[in-house]
Design a protein around this ligand. Structure first.
Ligand code: HEC
Length: 238
């Protein structure tokens, strides 16, 4: 199982735990004529809140590890995801602090709880939700117009190697096929298939990956045609 799939499954349970926590509290505090006992609802809130908290810590650990490895080369989606997750984390801690120590602010706790759940949903959508949609709903097609190789441009291997070190090296080994954050790129153009998507290993499909990556890799659509040619010339030597 890929790490991303594992994280996405954890995130699904995280969201479910948040949903149970918020619904149990809403029913306890806001529903007239409810039939479920207050004790049961309080317990459900506590247990689901605890699971939510543990999963938040476990998933954050994986995400921070990913970020440390990837460095600055991270997709815009992953940045938005992280900023929102940080906001979620802070509001969640604030809520726990109020419940435990600063009880004069207790009246704000239900609103904070709802904000935490809303943020959890957004944070889930920007990563696990994206992963599920990409994996199950979209087949990795090539980005037609942009990927036709430019035969008039001569790639410079040395410049390509520099670009590779700056932009790809954090996530891909160049000298082996082992996985770092993405698959190792040694022999990438000597094999029949690309390692992740299984598409034919050719320049068009690599260009397609750089412009519209299959999954979590950041897009490099801002590279110029010349830079792409340099990078591809270098990849051909691996
Ligand atoms: C933040 C980490 C990261 C960076 C930076 C990165 N990649 Fe990737 N790469 C991945 C991951 C993860 C995958 C697996 C597929 C996916 O998530 O899109 C991948 C997959 C690939 C593949 C295989 C695609 C397939 O269809 O199987 C190629 C080729 C590739 N990357 C080339 C590059 C090149 C060239 C660069 C630098 C310009 C680069 N990558 C930068 C993480 C990264």
């Amino acid at each position: 199982m890929s790490l991303f799939l594992f994280k996405s499954i954890l995130a699904t349970f995280f969201l479910l735990a948040g949903l149970i926590a918020v619904i149990s509290m809403l029913t306890l505090m806001g529903r007239q004529g409810r039939k479920i006992s207050a004790n049961f609802l309080r317990k459900a809130h506590k247990i689901s809140g605890f699971i939510f908290c543990v999963l938040l810590i476990v998933i954050s650990y994986f995400c921070i590890k990913y970020w440390v490895t990837a460095g600055d080369q991270i997709s815009a989606r992953a940045i938005a995801h992280s900023v929102l997750a940080l906001a979620l984390f802070i509001i969640f801690i604030l809520k726990i602090l109020i419940v435990q120590f600063y009880k004069q602010f207790l009246k704000y706790v239900p609103v904070l709880g709802m904000i935490v759940f809303a943020l959890s949903f957004i944070v889930f959508s920007t990563s696990a939700g994206f992963f599920f949609l990409r994996t199950f709903c979209e087949k990795g097609e090539t980005v037609e117009a942009a990927v036709t190789p430019r035969t008039d441009l001569q790639g410079n291997v040395e410049k390509g190697a520099l670009l590779y070190n700056n932009k790809c090296g954090a996530c891909h080994y160049a000298n082996k096929e082992d996985k770092k954050l993405g698959p190792g790129l040694k022999n990438i153009l000597r094999k029949e298939r690309l390692p992740h998507s299984g598409r034919p290993a050719n320049i068009e499909n690599i260009k397609s990956q750089l412009i519209k990556p299959v999954l979590t890799m950041p897009s490099f659509s801002n590279l110029t045609e010349q830079e792409l040619a340099d990078l591809l010339a270098y990849l051909e030597t691996l």
